[in-house]
Structure formats: structure tokens, C-alpha cells
Design a protein around this ligand. Structure first.
Ligand code: FPP
Length: 229
């Protein structure tokens, strides 16, 4: 008998904020603002979903520093304000906040805000929302391998996996990319080894719980063989 697929860990590459704004004759940053609202809506929905335990969102990649300083600064401020304003949402919906990636390049005020939000939400377990911040998967895997080499540890799939920071949140079941591109952009490469991939043309600010639910329904119909037959 085929067991139903469980959508335990959903990961999303949130693409298309800039285009969403351009299409409306607005500045790109307006698209990011609306993107942050979609983050709140999808996170709240996921926290009330019976299957979803982990929602990992690609909020800032190691490549995003290449954007104009004004846009980078805006994204940093947006993140800081989001964490400040959403504390109530984290508490009301019992959402634990976590991050992956190297946040040491962020301002100390933002690092403080991140640490405080993690501390205040660490006992919650309805959903873990993981924001990928200054995150790059190849870098994370290389760092794990380097640590193991320095310590003289032998490298196997299992031992390396334990050293990869983001693998503590478990394998990805559903990987979604909005905005029409079909690539992984260095996101959770290790954890997505057997993820089911979904690409949608919807721009991130327009992504909503109905579309997420349709993706989960489609996921249930897919046969996951994990390399078997
Ligand atoms: C991609 O859209 C999106 C980003 C680089 C940043 C993602 C940020 C958010 C969704 C908002 C802030 C997040 C939080 C958690 C508060 P793009 O600008 O590359 O879009 P484009 O491809 O249309 O230019």
C-alpha cells in the first residue's frame, strides 16, 4: 500500500518581488514590502496546517549583496521591522523562529534583533520558521567539510550531514520557487536531495495559501521512490 506523502518541511525561494513592483510602476522596494506581507500570510497558514513542521524561506542569499546599496539597506530594515512587528504573530501562533546562514555581516542591531526573536520563541513548536539569511548552500557544505578535515573526522554522508548547519531542520519535502525561473540558486542543496520540486510563475507577493494548498495536493499524488522502485 502506498503511504501518503507528508509535507513536513516546505522550503520556498521567494522570487519576483521586483517584477511585481515594476508591473505596477512602483519602486522595487515596494515589491519587497508586499513580499514581507506574503511571508506573514504563508507563515501563519503553515503554523495552522496539520502536516507542516518546518517552513524555510530564502530571504537573503550570499549573492544579494551585489544589489544596489539602497536596496540591500532597505531589505535589512525591512527584516528588522518584520521581526519587531511580528513578535505578536510568533507568540499567538506558537511559531519558533530560526535562521540559517552567516549573519555576522549584518549590523549588530539586526543581529541582536535576530537573537532576541530566537530566544523569545525557542519553546514554541507549532511551526519552525527558518529564514535563510546571507545563506549559500555550497558555502555551508564546504564549511562543514573543512571543520571535519581540521578535526581529522572521517567523512561519510551521515557524519557530514550532522555538521551541515541547516540539516538540523531535516530533509525538504517540497521545494517551491515562485517567479517563473526554474533553478535552485544554491538553496538547501543537500537537504533537497529527494525534495519534490514545484515551479510557479506566480510572483512572490501574489503567492497565497490557496496556491500552497494546490501544491500540497499535487505533492500527495506524486510517487516518491527515494531511489527505490
Ligand atoms: C526576490 O525577488 C526576493 C528577494 C531577493 C528577497 C526576499 C525578501 C522578501 C520576500 C521580503 C522580506 C522578507 C522578510 C522575511 C521580511 P527579486 O527582487 O529578485 O524579484 P525579481 O526577480 O522580480 O527582481
Amino acid at each position: 500500500m502506498q503511504m501518503s506523502n507528508i509535507a513536513r518541511h516546505i522550503a520556498i525561494i521567494m522570487d519576483g518581488n521586483g517584477r511585481w513592483a515594476n508591473e505596477r510602476g512602483l519602486k522595487r522596494v515596494k515589491g519587497h514590502e508586499r513580499g514581507a506581507e506574503a511571508v506573514r500570510t504563508i507563515t501563519t497558514y503553515a503554523s495552522n496546517h496539520p502536516e507542516i513542521d518546518v517552513l524555510t524561506l530564502y530571504a537573503f542569499s550570499t549573492e544579494n549583496w551585489k544589489r544596489p546599496k539602497m536596496e540591500v539597506d532597505f531589505l535589512m530594515r525591512l527584516l528588522n521591522n518584520y521581526l519587531k512587528n511580528e513578535m505578536e504573530t510568533y507568540i499567538r501562533h506558537q511559531i519558533r523562529f530560526e535562521t540559517i546562514g552567516d549573519i555576522s555581516r549584518f549590523s549588530s542591531a539586526l543581529q541582536d534583533r535576530i537573537a532576541k526573536t530566537k530566544e523569545a520563541t525557542k519553546r514554541f513548536s507549532k511551526l519552525t520558521q527558518v529564514l535563510a539569511l546571507n545563506y549559500g548552500s555550497q558555502d555551508e557544505i564546504a564549511r562543514a567539510a573543512r571543520t571535519m578535515c581540521d578535526r581529522g573526522e572521517s567523512i561519510t554522508v551521515e557524519s557530514l550531514e550532522k555538521r551541515i548547519e541547516s540539516s538540523k531542520f531535516g530533509p525538504v519535502d517540497i521545494l517551491i520557487r515562485t517567479g517563473g525561473e526554474q533553478r535552485l540558486s544554491n538553496f538547501l542543496l543537500w537537504q533537497s536531495a529527494y525534495a519534490e520540486l514545484f515551479f510557479t510563475p506566480t510572483l512572490w507577493p501574489d503567492f497565497n495559501p490557496d496556491e500552497l494548498e494546490r501544491i500540497i495536493e499535487e505533492f500527495k499524488k506524486r510517487q516518491r521512490r527515494f531511489g527505490g522502485i
